[in-house]
Write a protein that binds this ligand. Structure first.
Ligand code: TMP
Length: 204
């Protein structure tokens, strides 16, 4: 299990896929293997990132373009890398991310129509590391996801059914970019999903 030291793992998927719950369960599992874990949410975690997150999710910012969104998500991520992720990886921790670049591909690149090539290009100029060891996509249909979000929605969550159907499609296309992506059916029980997440991690 020393193999988990210094590994960079991403959990991602559409809103309502349950990735935060799975990130928590995975963190506990990695710790039980005797490896130190650091779990971060993107956007957020750092003081700067949390402020950028507030700007991004504020429902008052209705006029925000997909391009502005991409640049802000990337800025929050660059800060998170420098302040938290890189030091954690260097210290040999297993880093578990609640979202990462895969979200920018799906939300801004694909659903927001910026194009995944543009997102990749900006990422190449902005980030020291783009791809994790593995990206686990928790796949959920828009109806199931909507039922799980029975609360006040933020600006991104409010974008509507068609947008979110595109987001899902964007996540499913990630593997086309030739990266290590594992898709798990996130309509299953929490325990069943957790087992499959672990199976995906054991492969690396
Ligand atoms: P969260 O609530 O899952 O932390 O994510 C915040 C919202 O931001 C969620 O609706 C997904 C969206 N998002 C993007 O649109 N692009 C991105 O690059 C990231 C990281 C998140």
């Amino acid at each position: 299990m020393n193999n988990l030291e210094g590994k960079f793992i991403v959990l991602d998927g559409p809103d309502g896929c349950g990735k935060s719950t799975q990130a928590e369960l995975l963190s506990k599992w990695v710790e039980l293997q005797g490896v130190s874990v650091a779990t971060f949410r993107d956007p957020g975690t750092t003081a700067i990132g949390e402020k950028v997150r507030d700007i991004l999710l504020d429902i008052a910012h209705e006029s925000m373009t997909a391009n502005t969104e991409m640049l802000l998500y990337m800025a929050a991520r660059a800060q998170l890398w420098a302040e938290e992720i890189e030091p954690a990886l260097e210290a040999g921790k297993c880093v578990i991310m609640d979202r990462w670049i895969s979200s920018t591909f799906a939300y801004q690149g694909y659903a927001g129509k910026l194009g995944t090539e543009k997102v990749l290009e900006v990422a190449q100029h902005s980030l020291e590391r783009i791809w994790p060891e593995v990206t686990i996509v928790l796949d959920v249909d828009t109806e199931t996801a909507a039922k799980r979000m029975d609360r006040e929605l933020d600006r991104m969550e409010q974008k509507g059914k068609d947008f979110h159907a595109k987001v899902r499609e964007g996540f499913l296309r990630l593997a086309d970019l030739g990266q290590d992506v594992t898709v798990i059916d996130a309509t299953q029980t929490i325990d069943a999903i957790h087992e499959q997440v672990i199976a995906a991690i054991e492969e690396i």
